[in-house]
Design a protein around this ligand. Structure first.
Ligand code: PMV
Length: 313
């Protein structure tokens, strides 16, 4: 039996990095997906096929010896085979519409879709259980994850998220469009998060003040979202970008892209770890095309909120 699942990528609208240190974040899932298929095979091996490469190994290796991009899949496959006392290997294939390593949640979407597809070979599990498995799998590559990305990729929609408290969906369904532009500079979330930790240790008071400012900004943004106040959200996005500049996760190219995107959109900022990766700009029907035109020298696309989240079939 082939078990299949797909999960959406995500954009962090507000609060990346600060969320790792206990501040609330606002995230939304986007209509770009990763699909994972899994099936048992008689050979005693884990085999993975994806557009970033193929992998094959026996299911008995220590996880640290597995190449990081394949680790979550290997972790989930060996865990499920053991838990189900299955005398088999597993074949996994991955098809992705989400660019990798640029802050759009490709690794979290992979973990969520893989957790559902791989566990689904044996039995169907609840979304809460899948999320727990996905976060365990993500921790094999990024132990300090706040869990925010996997949560939004599982449940979809637009939500508030707080580490240790979990998520709460924003019930209004805002109809904005995001224009996402890729700097083509890959980043390592683990390295950028650790650079922010260094910044925090060296600038304790400044970091704590920024966390307080971010909290206030997010409360304002939540009320703007509920009122469909795009201009208000845009101003908050610009303010959040100033905070990200202060903690040192921006660079010349990202600043240039944001300046261009601010021309016609309501507001623009980095999404995700930064240091490279993507920026997004908030638009509606009136300025979607002009923002796409302004950003045409970069690889860019428009995205809407995905309300479905994890899908199994
Ligand atoms: O760049 P991404 O998609 O890996 O997003 C990371 C978001 C952080 O807030 C920087 C880390 C986290 O675990 O929330």
């Amino acid at each position: 039996m082939i078990s299949k699942a797909s999960a959406p990528g995500k954009v962090i609208l507000f609060g990346e990095h600060f969320v790792v240190h206990g501040v609330k974040a606002i995230l939304c899932a986007i209509d770009k997906r990763i699909t994972v298929s899994a099936q048992q095979i008689p050979e005693n091996k884990i085999s993975i096929k994806s557009n970033i490469g193929n992998f094959e190994n026996e299911p008995t290796k220590p996880i640290e010896e597995i190449q990081s991009e394949f680790r979550p899949f290997y972790y989930l496959a060996t865990k499920m085979i053991q838990e189900n006392n299955a005398n088999s290997g597993m074949e996994i294939s991955i098809i992705s519409e989400i660019p990798q390593g640029v802050g759009l949640g490709s690794s979290s979407a992979c973990c969520v879709a893989a957790a559902a597809a791989i566990s689904g070979v044996f039995s169907k599990k609840s979304k809460d259980k899948i999320l727990q498995l996905a976060i365990e799998a993500e921790k094999t590559i990024f132990p300090n994850t706040s869990g925010a990305d996997c949560t939004v990729c599982t449940f979809g929609g637009i939500m508030e998220y707080k580490k240790n408290e979990g998520h709460s969906k924003i019930q209004s369904e805002p109809k904005f469009h995001l224009v996402i532009a890729n700097s083509k500079i890959e980043h390592s979330t683990k390295e950028v998060v650790s650079a922010v930790q260094d910044f925090k240790e060296k600038n304790e008071l400044e970091f704590s003040n920024l966390c307080n400012e971010e909290e206030k900004l997010i409360e304002d943004a939540l009320s703007c979202i509920k009122n469909n106040d795009w201009s208000g959200i845009g101003l908050d996005i610009k303010k959040n970008q100033e905070f990200l500049e202060l903690i040192g996760i921006s660079n010349e190219k990202l600043r240039k892209m944001i300046e261009v995107a601010n021309n016609s959109s309501y507001g623009s900022k980095i999404t995700g770890a930064g240091g490279g990766g993507c920026i997004f700009a908030l638009t509606d029907e009136t300025n979607l095309q002009s923002t796409m035109d302004d950003l045409k020298e970069y690889e860019c696309f428009s995205a809407k909120i995905d309300y479905k989240g994890l899908d199994t079939f």
